[in-house]
Design a protein around this ligand. Structure first.
Ligand code: ZN
Ligand code: ZN
Length: 267
């Protein structure tokens, strides 16, 4: 029920509110800026913080940087990080087989939205015990509600009710559905340069919108790689942020397959 509220009901209210502001001609540059900034920041919180840093440990970073990334990820309203990691670890363990929380084998709609109604089924103690042992991650996970409220309050304080609609609710719908597309679209349509034991695909549209996460067959072939774009033309904004953190000296042990490993795994 709680998932339905945050995935369907609040976003639906956001869409109605957004249409009203558009029809009344009240959309301003501030609202657009709040939407774009919120989209990129909370999106990177999911891709770099929740996914590449915490789930796959593809690099290490300072506790403050980790907290900021995970707080931004929490603002994307995809659940506390411990539960998110548990679901995603299980997805990699059972990709497109019995036990995968969101395989399109059970239907594209199930992979995109339907599985969320069973979100709490995956035991955190079994699949995300490392998150509970990580003091910073456990704290952000336990204070999740606070960050969701902050994610609505900040655009409200900057841009009023329309700011909340565009920088809070519409931003949330778009980021959520881009993430869900990695689960649905990227296991159905795209290229498979690597013959992995699942149906993962590289989909360039989700690659662009998903800040690099659409190179999903690359990711299933090399789950611990900090970079999902492995060729120069595979744009990977999340990977560029990790490269920047590395160059700035606040990321270390950044993992990436070498050219030989990539060639060996390619079909
Ligand atoms: Zn996958
Ligand atoms: Zn993953």
């Amino acid at each position: 029920m709680r998932n339905a509220l945050f995935v369907f009901l609040l976003p639906a209210a956001g869409v109605v509110g957004a249409l009203v502001t558009l029809v009344q001609g009240r959309l301003t540059h501030v609202h657009v800026a709040l939407f774009l900034a919120g989209f990129v920041l909370t999106g990177l919180g999911i891709t770099v913080g929740y996914h590449r840093l915490l789930t796959h440990r593809s690099f290490e970073t300072h506790g403050v940087v980790k907290a900021v990334l995970l707080i931004l990820g929490s603002m994307a309203v995809q659940g506390p990080v411990a539960g998110w990691v548990a679901n995603h670890v299980k997805h990699h363990a059972y990709s497109d087989r019995d036990g995968d929380p969101h395989s399109p084998r059970e239907g594209l709609l199930h992979a995109h939205w339907g599985w969320l109604l069973r979100f709490s089924d995956v035991p955190v103690e079994r699949y995300a015990a490392t998150v509970r042992r990580d003091r910073v991650a456990a704290w952000v996970s336990d204070t999740f509600v606070l960050w969701v409220i902050a994610g609505y309050a900040i655009p409200f304080l900057v841009g009023g009710w329309e700011g909340l609609i565009w920088g809070g609710l519409v931003r949330q719908i778009v980021v959520q559905n881009v993430t869900f597309s990695v689960n649905s679209v990227c296991h159905r349509w795209g290229q498979r340069p690597f013959p992995t034991n699942d149906q993962s695909k590289n989909n360039w549209i989700v690659g662009l919108l998903g800040l690099g996460e659409g190179w999903h067959n690359n990711h299933h072939a090399f789950p611990t790689s900090a970079y999902h774009g492995l060729r120069w033309w595979e744009l990977d904004l999340s990977g560029y942020l990790i490269r920047f953190l590395d160059a700035a000296g606040v990321a270390w042990n950044v993992r990436r397959p070498n050219r030989l490993e990539i060639l060996r795994r390619a079909s």
